[in-house]
Design a binder for this molecule. Sequence first.
Ligand SMILES: Cc1cc2nc3c(=O)[nH]c(=O)nc-3n(C[C@H](O)[C@H](O)[C@H](O)COP(=O)(O)OP(=O)(O)OC[C@H]3O[C@@H](n4cnc5c(N)ncnc54)[C@H](O)[C@@H]3O)c2cc1C
Length: 481
Amino acid sequence: MHRHEQRHALVLGASLGGLLAARVLADHFDRVTLVERDALPERAEQRKGVPQGRHAHGLLASGLRTLESLFPGLGESLAAEGAMRTDLPQTRWILGGRRLKSESLGFPGVCASRPTLEAEVRRRVLALPNVALRDRHDVLGLVVEGERVCGARLLGRRDESAEEVVHAELVVDATGRGSRLPTWLEELGYAAPVEERVRMGMTYTSARVRRRPTHANGDLVVVVGATPEVPRAGAALAVAHDEWIVTVMGYLGARPEPTLEGMRAWASQLIAPDLAALLADTELVSPVATYQFPHAGRRRYERLRRHPEGVIAFGDAICGFNPIFAQGMTVAAHEALALSILLATGRTDGLWRRFYARARPIVDVPWAIATGNDLRIEGVEGTRPAGATLLDRYLDRLLAVAEHDPKVGTAFLRVTNLLDAPSSLMKPATMLRVLFGRRATPALPADTTRPPSPSTSVGHVVGTPPTDDPDAPFRATMRIG
Ligand SMILES: Cc1cc2nc3c(=O)[nH]c(=O)nc-3n(C[C@H](O)[C@H](O)[C@H](O)COP(=O)(O)OP(=O)(O)OC[C@H]3O[C@@H](n4cnc5c(N)ncnc54)[C@H](O)[C@@H]3O)c2cc1C
């Protein structure tokens, strides 16, 4: 392992992204300091800087596997905290109006609340001997010498605090979707990255509710995806033996009353009745929380020609996905591994260019899966790659076959869990099953009694897919709703 002599790395933001960056930086730098504006609790608690903690937070199978490689035994530790171990057959996926069958993945997943997961990761990162935490500190800006960032300006949140400069050889910006790095770059005379946006005006409405053993026949995850006909979705995750966290979502400003009754009414209008049945037979164990998600945004740092040395964006600061697809934490974990591989070479010159080049394909697939689905909803605005409808019929057929064929369902769910590339669905064995397998027809009917969505325009198809990527046309059409 290469270790930079007496070197210091500074990580801005100590949510999942910052913690994962700190974990790998600790292998390569002498000291790592995490800076966070919130006071970080010892235990699993909600906090202001992570409002998403009150909503369903799924960890994809690929994310858990990557986290386990960084934190051996993480799944077991979470289970000891009360989180539930799962496998695909205990999860219920109704996607594209189809109720998918699936087989075991061969390794267990985990259902934990976001505060539980973050607290366990934080505990392990802060136990590293060369990692320090400066919580209750705001990051005000960068410190620059010539073309190199060499630290950040911080302000403690106590009354008597004065601004201070902390020097570092590398600054990792993990301050999330609200990252100010684009503005800081402009202030320093650099161009800001282009940001691609998909505007969806989504609202999340969530609550923890009592879980009974009879709910969902004992399944631990229930996901009812949106479709173009029924642009509303919902999910329930068993985050403890006796507790669900249930989230319902609506596009384009459509949302339920933020009450249990409102969530029940909303769930009754989804394409399948599973969540409504669960909500009909439970009671709240937390207040109802809401979260507005106006748009998904991807900052194209990899396209910049000039960028200062000594700083990189990370996690949601690069790409904030529509949370419905549960991809953000997994992408941050993959970025952490990419950063580790680059640092192991011992070279830090041009790190920003090499890191963003590696982050691009990590973001490409989940971005295409999420936006490909969102842009099918009438009124969602954004750019869909050309060729996006090329394989739609194949995927329609695949989902229909997956209602009977667990091998096809598993192949599909492996892709949405970011374990396999989308092109894996075109392997001959899967194709034969899709083309000749028994299909259930039709898909679950749309509820024609639902109120019309307040959509104003139709998502349009423009742009060009990357030509060097065999998965591109497939990714563009990866529909799970
Ligand atoms: C409603 C919702 C639901 C989601 N559901 C899922 C899911 O099911 N599965 C999944 O994988 N992902 C999900 N995500 C995404 C996931 O939460 C993020 O991808 C993950 O937290 C990594 O983000 P991050 O650490 O880069 O940024 P964030 O989590 O946004 O954290 C940024 C951190 O920086 C701190 N900070 C910000 N500015 C400053 C400053 N100036 N000074 C000091 N500190 C600062 C904040 O307090 C915060 O701690 C969801 C997101 C939302 C919004």
